[in-house]
Design a protein around this ligand. Sequence first.
Ligand SMILES: Cc1ncc(COP(=O)(O)O)c(C=O)c1O
Ligand SMILES: N[C@@H](CCSC[C@H](N)C(=O)O)C(=O)O
Length: 439
Amino acid sequence: MAAPLPDGQPGKSASPLQRLDLDGHNLPPSPAPSSPRNGRRRYALATELVYTEGKDQYGASSTPIYQSATFKQTSASGGQQEYDYTRSGNPTRTHLERHLAKIMNANRALAVSSGMGALDVISRLLRPGDEVITGSDLYGGTHRLLTYLATNQQIVVYHVDTTDVDAVKARLSEKTTMVLLETPTNPLIKIVDVPSIARLAHEFNEKALVVVDNTMLSPMLFNPLDVGADIVYESGTKYLSGHHDIMAGVIACNDAAIGDKLYFTINSTGCGLSPNDSFLLMRGVKTLAIRMEKQQTNAQLIAEFLESHGFRVRYPGLKSHPQYDLHWATARGAGAVLSFETGDAAVSQRIVEAARLWTISVSFGCVNSLISMPCQMSHASIDAKTRKERQMPEDLIRLCVGIEDANDLIEDLSRSLVQAGAVNVTLDGFHANESAQSL
Ligand SMILES: Cc1ncc(COP(=O)(O)O)c(C=O)c1O
Ligand SMILES: N[C@@H](CCSC[C@H](N)C(=O)O)C(=O)O
């Protein structure tokens, strides 16, 4: 009898999805893929993250670290050798870049020394007089680099509310060469409609490059290149590596000419990722799926806990997020960064400083949970006047959720809220105080 197809219908022959072990015995069917597949991937993303192609000469199971600045040449002319000098290329970095291209759904990926290094490389595609449209809520370091370009390189930078597609449209001009987007934004967790903005920008000027900073979601949850972006970059310091033990940046694109230009800058300026850090990033990437799954689950519970106690919580996993539907139209998860307000910056500071399990640190995407006040920490490079104009609440607390036990995290947060006087304890639990409720 013909073997049933996975959907239960009888097939003419064995289903192409039927799996056999090395001895030819039937294996149980694969579980449903947890993420979409495309031409570059054979397996679900969680599998592809750990599955590496390519063979080391000794069959090493993990990527060897080629800790060598230079390579022996077989002739003075260099011959056909793939590597001559690590700034130009290194086998460990190449291995990582091929792996990243696969998981980012890209034709090419390039690994550099930090997320800001990645944006610097991309920004060298700009010429004096070019116009860049970007968000009014975005990472402080991105704002700083863009301000430098505007001040010193005659690049015109427009900061608009990128959650408003019409506001972006109104700024498009013949000179728009780049639209730079973050979603969710850091730190206000606003959602940007990348497909609509990419379509508009390309309709207006087919040469305009749509660049997406995907640090907050990682390729586990979003693939901007699939919805119209030309270039995607990420701080590999965050989710991709996951342990806060390296600085790294990743750039990916599909267009070969753009890829070559980016590589030219990396080789010329020497910001390619070191062999040792390439190894560590490769190792970190393998556990991205399992880390992100746990981090998101924890983040959802913490967001619900805070919301149930009257705080205004910004997290796309909550139905109350004003762009909940938009987020889920393209993303496969809510991520693990959320922010909330208390109504009083001094109270917020007391909460942050009362935390024990949550470490007071900038950054996010690591296995351990962090707490911070963006206006004083990650976004301090945006001056107070600009922060006010952009409606960044000085009392904002950002939580970057890790993989710890959720109850421990909630308990520590509860204690910090009580200790800081942000909530009143009653017999039936914690209740947000007046200032928090009035938000
Ligand atoms: C959204 C976002 N993009 C880019 C960066 C820059 O990354 P890196 O610190 O690796 O330079 C950061 C943080 O630093 C960030 O939060
Ligand atoms: N002092 C640093 C601050 C880095 S912030 C890191 C991360 N992007 C975050 O949002 O926490 C700087 O000035 O860049």
